[in-house]
Write a protein that binds this ligand. Structure first.
Ligand code: ADP
Ligand code: MG
Length: 569
């Protein structure tokens, strides 16, 4: 049979898997089981809206079989299955989120670090090749009576041929390698080892993962055996369900360890860092639901691009209905990942209808409050942690303030951090206000490219000398933010460029007026020389040791003008 070739990208990933010296090869099982669970989700969902499926939740499951003689491990599911075309396109190309991200990271880091990343991403189906010489996938798609068999022994290609299968679903046979020490000892052929791996990685899978286990029991005493004869043991086989099945978000918070939450997050959302915050919600009332949310510690590589899709996974009584439900998250918290599970949402509802469901609005409003509260908690209890969060997602919070004419400013204001001249570190607006001098009227800010330059701005000298603190704004959106905020705790935000930024005493004012009189000639000369390049030359009230400074005409700084000019028409 003619071999088909893998696409170039897939081949590279595959080769990496085959030659992997990665020590946590065990994650292949998690990947294969999670694919089976995804396939079950798909059919379970279909069965709710389509009577023809003729199956109910309890009929779905995953089975693992070990064959020491043949050195195979087989994972079978009765999920949605794959057609011939799907076998080819799904297993022959890496277009999957997890694998794709993995590949990107792999290309960015130098080769030595690659191996460590393998376990952290959902590397997917190809991870089977870390432990197998040959992988055979036999599948029958729901609604079809044909079955097809995909087979590959590695990077040199795969075959697809017609096959037979009585039931809908997928069977994956992995022929284990023998060439490494670990595999010689048959670690992955040991039922107890496999059982432990399922508990470790796949315990929250909502379908039973069953395996036949060897058991021992005492034999009943045969007739006529002496009372005190040594007991005889017999072995027998029994099918066991290996996972506890209850999703982690359904378990009471008191029974779940922080470590469990963290590893759940990392597996489910393909991050290799612990989350910055974990939020659990258990709500009863108008809408009953459970939510488990995470604030990532760093922004995904595509976070500030159009490609990034916000949203939470939405389950209805444990069945996944939407992978990224955007209605559950406001834009300013779009970095949050997580799961919402509610029995009050009807399953056979269309996506369009779902958007208008009141229940969803109630949940999302509630989650917004919880997220806000959790971020405040982080700010108060773990400042370095919050500052890390801020570096990753602060920009998003600022966009949130600038958006919709400031509709969310009251919610978001006290999450803001700005770099401050005081002690040269981040400050909240409340901290700034609490440190204001008695005679200080305004909250001062200077906007520009970078903090170092702003500190040297001529306009800042007198203010700093008076002991006033200045916020250094370096993001383009910052000036919109201060304009939308307007005031904080009754204190007006004022640019250091503002002519009235520095309060003047009567004497200072008189001195200033005199200066204007005395320098009329000079000012006229400057204006004449520069002509249209400037609007006017004035005596500044803001300067101390510097001779001149440039100021924009109006409330907007030169920096912001530059920004506006850079925008396409
Ligand atoms: P991902 O799970 O991130 O999509 P994988 O590499 O793990 O990527 O799997 C690739 C694709 O192969 C899946 O998206 C799915 O379409 C298909 N697939 C894998 N295993 C199964 C299975 N047991 N049943 C049905 N489809 C499967
Ligand atoms: Mg997968």
């Amino acid at each position: 049979m003619a071999k088909k070739q893998f696409k170039a990208e897939s081949k590279r990933l595959l080769e990496l898997m085959i030659h992997s010296i990665y020590t946590h090869k065990e994650i292949f099982l998690r990947e294969i089981v999670s694919n089976a669970s995804d396939a079950l989700d798909k059919l379970a969902y279909l069965s709710l809206t389509d009577d023809k499926v003729g199956m109910s939740r309890s009929d779905f499951g995953i089975e693992i079989k070990l064959d020491q003689g043949a050195r195979t491990i087989t994972v079978t599911d009765n999920g949605i299955g794959m057609t011939k075309e799907e076998l080819e396109s799904n297993l022959g190309v890496i277009a999957r989120s997890g694998s794709l991200q993995f590949k990107k990271e792999m290309e960015q880091s130098s080769s030595g670090e690659n191996m460590d990343i393998i376990g952290q991403f959902g590397v997917g189906f190809y991870s089977a090749f870390m432990v197998s010489d040959e992988v055979t996938v036999t599948s029958r798609a729901y609604g079809s009576d044909e079955a097809w068999r995909w087979k590959s022994a590695g990077a040199d290609g795969y075959t697809v041929e017609e096959s037979r299968k009585d039931t809908v679903g997928t069977e994956i046979v992995m022929k284990l390698k023998e060439d490494t020490e670990e595999e010689q000892y048959g670690r992955f052929l040991d039922a107890h080892e496999i059982s432990a791996l399922v508990k470790k990685y796949s315990d929250y899978i909502r379908y039973p993962i069953r395996m036949e286990m060897v058991k021992h029991r005492r034999k009943d005493k045969a007739e006529g055996t002496a009372e005190n004869a040594a007991p005889e043991w017999e072995t027998y086989m029994e099918t066991e369900t290996l996972n506890s099945m209850v999703p982690i978000w359904q378990r009471p918070k008191s029974e779940v360890s922080d470590e469990e939450y963290r590893s759940f997050y990392k597996e489910k959302f393909m991050d290799y860092e612990d989350p910055a915050a974990v939020i659990t919600v258990s709500a009863e009332g108008a809408v009953t639901y459970k939510a488990l949310l995470f604030v990532p510690a760093r922004a995904p590589f595509d976070f500030y691009t159009r490609e990034f899709e916000k949203g939470l996974q939405l389950y209805s009584s444990g069945v996944l209905i939407m992978d990224k439900c955007p209605e559950l998250l406001p834009d300013h918290f779009r970095f949050v990942r997580g799961v919402v599970d509610s029995q009050d949402l009807s399953l056979n509802i269309s996506r369009e209808m779902l958007q208008h469901t009141r229940g969803l609005k109630v949940i999302s409003a509630n989650l917004e409050k919880k997220i806000k509260a959790e971020l405040r908690k982080l700010l108060e209890n773990d400042r370095p942690g919050y500052e890390r969060f801020w570096k990753a997602f602060g920009l998003q919070i600022k966009y949130g303030i600038a958006a919709e004419y400031g509709a969310h400013k009251d919610l978001l204001r006290d999450l803001l951090l700005f770099y401050s001249s005081a002690e040269e570190k981040y400050a909240t607006l409340a901290e700034y206000v609490s440190r204001m001098k008695e005679d200080q009227k305004y909250i001062y800010y200077a906007a520009g490219d970078n903090v170092a330059r702003l500190g040297k701005l001529p306009q800042t000298e007198r203010l700093l000398e008076k002991g006033y603190e200045i916020l250094y704004l370096t993001d383009e959106v910052d000036e919109f933010v201060v304009q939308i905020l307007g005031k904080v705790e009754e204190k007006e935000l004022k640019s250091v460029n503002d002519d009235n930024a520095v309060p003047e005493s009567k004497e200072e004012q008189e001195k200033h007026d005199k200066q204007i009189e005395e320098n009329r000639g000079l000012l006229d000369f400057v204006k004449e020389t520069l002509g249209d390049k400037i609007k006017e030359a004035r005596v500044s009230r803001k300067l101390k040791s510097h001779a001149v400074c440039m100021t924009a005409d109006g409330p907007v700084s030169l920096e912001m003008e530059k920004y506006f000019r850079s925008l396409p028409d």
